[in-house]
Design a protein around this ligand. Structure first.
Ligand code: OXD
Ligand code: MN
Length: 574
């Protein structure tokens, strides 16, 4: 994330207060950093100095962000075997982590506030909240005291991945707008501008200041007549946000532009339009499944200036992962992310399922011309979605704003490798924000509900839900997905224009027969894609209501409870 972008939107970055711990040593700046140090604003310098006293590093380097600096750091890491150059691609590198440090660690991610209720609701069944981890300031002080003092004193042994899985702790102090991350180098735990700041801390700032910080992609879609619209979409981690954000539409004449693939900051402008910016400067996407067929724009983006993590490697200096769909030339051998020789068919995957690419957004061939616009782009529709093998139709539209907020709160999805969960289970993931909430979900839902009533003359985006992942009885996907998802965006755009027919069902409006463009698609069973099995929905509606009432307890907004009860009633009458 570029600092300028953050600063444009955030005016409340408080002074850090690491100096509470005893200073063990004077900060030591090496000569060639003096210039950088002098250029630091006073409170940043204070922060660095107090952190240095606490952590006791041998040297301090102030990053300038220059190309020269990046190359010398990579060169140093290469010399220490911490990264490997990938000579088949210009300025591409591979880092393989300690196998214990491969994903976000939700169980060790905490929000520190005086009052527990500011962070998580109190479940009505007396169990621990599933909507985040609260830590009291007193426990936080103790835990930090056990980790940070002197933690940089000992040299890191070259060629091992620095991490401390037993002591990993990712702590957020939303009142102070502060983050302290210890013990993990995995991106989602250690790239603090991303999940930690742009979602957890920013969602709290957004609540305080009347805007929204969301786990959403932003894309531009232009129809063959040249009408362009922007939509934002929230899917849980590793459910295809990057693929949708960079889609190559298979319907003739349609065009997609990418604004962002993971995070949206949104606010209503003075004319009542919801405007979104992408606060990030690059993509940190899941590699497995990415191919020239599924996401050619991503493949082009990552062909240079990219750092790969935990992917496999070809003996001719390229990358490899499950689903890359590129033939291996004769004589070329493969090495897995764990460093072992690997051949197709081996029991273990070549790339870790949560292996990633980290690459500059500006290299994506379809970045929308407005992607860095400071005003943001106007959002006409918000799309929720998840990985639902059963029962959930390809697309449906909310009846109105509160119903749309309810649909977001009721999101569920099959677990993926993005976090530490084991096995394939259907998890609740309200607004795809469960791992990224910076405050109580009940207050968060109320904040979203308030968007309808807070300002006058607001043009609220319409709200939709999609599911590309429904399967038939044999376990095959019912929908081709990828570039054909443009057909669903086409229906959504035509709904916005008042030109697509819909049927009212207990869950929302679904496309009327014939209103979704299926031309040229072979063998798609529209009935199966849109069927609403009564038994499934009875169970689903009951589970959603139970989850929301138990997990949110007294913090469940009455409007959301009313929607949950109504869904159950409508399904019972089906
Ligand atoms: C991500 C995630 O890395 O959501 O974007 O886990
Ligand atoms: Mn994400």
């Amino acid at each position: 994330m570029s600092p300028a972008r953050i600063l444009r939107w955030c005016r409340h970055l408080a002074h850090p207060r690491l100096s509470v711990w005893p200073s063990s040593r004077q900060a030591h700046w090496t000569a060639n950093q003096q210039e950088g140090v002098g250029a630091l604003p006073g409170h940043v310098r204070e922060f660095v100095e107090s952190s240095a006293r606490l952590c006791a590093p041998q040297d301090i380097h102030v990053c300038t962000g220059s190309e020269h600096e990046a190359q010398s750091m990579l060169g140093l890491m290469e010399a220490q075997s911490q990264v490997v150059r990938l000579p088949r691609h210009q300025n591409c590198w591979l880092a393989c982590t300690d196998p214990r440090d491969v994903a976000r660690v939700e169980s060790r991610t905490v929000i520190v506030t005086d009052s527990q209720r500011d962070t998580v609701p109190t479940p009505s069944d007396g169990t621990a909240s599933k909507l985040g981890n609260w830590m009291s300031p007193q426990v936080f002080e103790r835990e930090m005291g056990l980790r940070f003092p002197g933690c940089m004193k000992d040299g890191l042994s070259p060629s091992t991945w620095p991490c401390n899985p037993e002591k990993t702790l990712i702590a957020h102090l939303p009142d102070q707008r502060e983050i302290l991350s210890f013990g993990s180098g995995y991106g989602g735990n250690s790239l603090l501008g991303k999940k930690c700041f742009a979602l957890r801390i920013a969602s709290r700032m957004a609540k305080d200041e009347g805007w929204l910080a969301e786990h959403m992609l932003i894309l531009a879609i232009t129809n063959p007549a040249g009408r362009k619209r922007y939509v934002a979409a929230a899917f849980p981690s590793a459910c295809g946000k990057t693929n949708l954000a960079m889609m190559k539409p298979l319907l003739p004449g349609w065009k997609v532009g990418c604004v962002g693939d993971d995070i949206a900051w949104m606010r209503f402008d003075s004319e009542g339009r919801l405007r979104a910016i992408n606060p990030e400067n690059g993509f940190f996407g899941v590699a497995p499944g990415t191919s020239w067929k599924t996401n050619p724009n991503a493949m082009e983006t990552i062909s240079r200036n990219t750092i790969f993590t935990n992917v496999g490697r070809t003996s001719d200096g390229g990358v490899y992962w499950e689903g890359i769909d590129t033939p291996i030339p004769p004589g070329v051998t493969l090495t897995s992310w764990t460093g072992s020789p690997w051949t197709p068919g081996d029991a273990e995957p070549c790339a870790h399922p949560n292996s990633r690419f980290c690459t500059p957004a500006s290299q994506c061939p379809i970045m929308d011309p407005e992607w860095e616009s400071p005003q943001g782009v106007p959002i006409d529709a918000i799309i929720f979605g998840g990985r639902r093998p059963e029962g959930v139709p390809l697309v449906y539209e909310a009846f109105n704003w509160p119903h749309g907020i309810f649909i977001g709160s009721a999101m569920r999805s099959e677990s993926t490798a993005a976090a530490e969960h084991k096995g394939r289970v259907i998890l609740h993931d309200p607004f795809a924000m469960r791992p990224f909430l910076g405050y109580n979900l009940g207050h968060y839902l109320q904040h979203w509900l308030n968007m309808e009533t807070e300002g006058s003359g607001r043009h609220l985006p319409r709200i939709f839900h999609v599911n590309w992942f429904r399967k038939d009885r044999e376990g095959s996907y019912l929908w081709p997905g990828f570039g054909d998802n443009c057909r669903v965006l086409d229906w959504i755009c035509r709904r916005l224009d008042g030109e697509a027919d819909a049927l009212e069902t207990p869950v929302g409006y679904v496309p009327a027969p014939g209103s979704l463009d299926l031309s040229g698609l072979q063998g798609v069973q529209a009935e199966a894609l849109f069927s609403l099995p009564k038994a499934f929905w009875e169970h689903e509606a009951a589970q959603i209501r139970e989850y929301l009432t138990v997990q949110l307890g007294p913090d469940l907004p009455p409007a959301i409870l009313w929607e949950a009860e109504n869904l159950q009633r409508r399904v019972a009458e089906m």
